[in-house]
Design a binder for this molecule. Structure first.
Ligand code: NAP
Length: 266
């Protein structure tokens, strides 16, 4: 495979998100060089030649891989990562390379096609031209793009991904240890419970390592998980005591936040 100065190198291009992005680049006529752990072509040989270098490896490997390749990236090259947690990778890309830098977090799983709800978070790092190029690329492909700094991104992901996946895992664990079979629970499921079961299946279709990293490697997650634990304890206390006034206070807080009328009874 020939590599030239217009090629895009995707480290992790043999994986789910890397191959998704590679297909999008190829549809734009770009030459894509995909690198995995066992590909014959190694990152160190391809990276110095390409105009865009993307790092799309598991969260736990991302900083190490960036540390290896960032010093090899040319100054005019755009260095991008797809990692779901942004602060550490952005710091590594900015400090270990002289390249243009952009952090990208697709807010969806592999296989997603463009649509109004398909959004990409973009953390601008260095170099206006490269950041505009990647922003325009995703917009042209039909994805919405939200600019955000890495620290705010990670803090929000502590809730949006951390608490969200945590509560799904807790529900899955409650079901697994309930003594009821999945078939029996599915047969008696309400529509909303079926949606929760579908969400559990979608989560389990991805490797557990991803969710472990989203919970353990985003240092912002644990504060939100503690708050989730405290809020659950508060609600359990209210339920145990039959504290209807307490329930009403909680209901008012959440209905106001979500723009409803705040009444427990209609
Ligand atoms: N999956 C999602 O829903 C999702 C959504 C948004 C963002 N992301 C982010 O996208 C990134 C990739 O996730 P994924 O789901 O695509 O993972 P994946 O399918 O497991 O792919 C990982 C890729 O990284 C390569 N790789 C692993 N360790 C490496 C190393 N030390 N050096 C070089 N290459 C290495 C793998 O090569 P081999 O093929 O040889 O194993 C593979 O190509 C993660 O940072 C994740 O946070 C994922």
């Amino acid at each position: 495979m020939g590599i030239d100065s217009s090629s895009v190198c995707i480290i992790g291009g043999t994986g789910k998100m890397g191959s998704w992005l590679g297909t999008l680049f190829e549809a734009d006529g770009l030459q894509v060089v995909s690198i995995g752990k066992d590909t014959v072509l190694k990152a160190r040989d391809a990276v110095p030649l390409c105009k865009v270098v993307v790092v799309s490896v598991p969260i736990s490997d991302a900083v190490e891989v960036i540390s290896e390749v960032a010093p090899l990236v040319r100054e005019e090259t755009l260095l991008v990562d797809l990692t779901s947690i942004k602060s550490a990778t952005m710091r590594a890309m900015l400090s270990l390379s002289k390249a243009q830098v952009a952090g990208v977090h697709p807010l969806f799983g592999p296989g997603e096609t463009a649509g109004p709800s398909s959004r990409v978070a973009l953390c601008p790092g260095r170099g206006k031209e490269g950041i505009q190029w990647i922003e325009r690329f995703f917009k042209r492909k039909g994805f919405a793009v939200s600019m955000i700094d890495p620290e705010t991104h990670d803090r929000m992901m502590g809730l949006i991904q951390g608490v969200n996946h945590f509560s799904t895992i807790v529900l899955a664990l409650c079901m697994a240890e309930s003594g009821f079979s999945l078939e029996d629970m599915t047969e008696l499921s309400t529509a909303s419970f079926m949606k929760r079961i579908e969400r559990i299946h979608a989560m389990l279709a991805q490797p557990g390592e991803l969710f472990q990293s989203l919970l353990m490697e985003n240092k912002e997650a644990v504060g939100f998980l503690n708050n989730y634990h405290d809020q659950a304890g508060r609600l359990i206390g209210i339920v145990r005591k039959g504290d209807t006034a307490g329930f009403e206070r909680i209901w008012k807080t959440i209905t106001r936040f979500f723009g409803h009328n705040g009444k427990v009874l209609r």
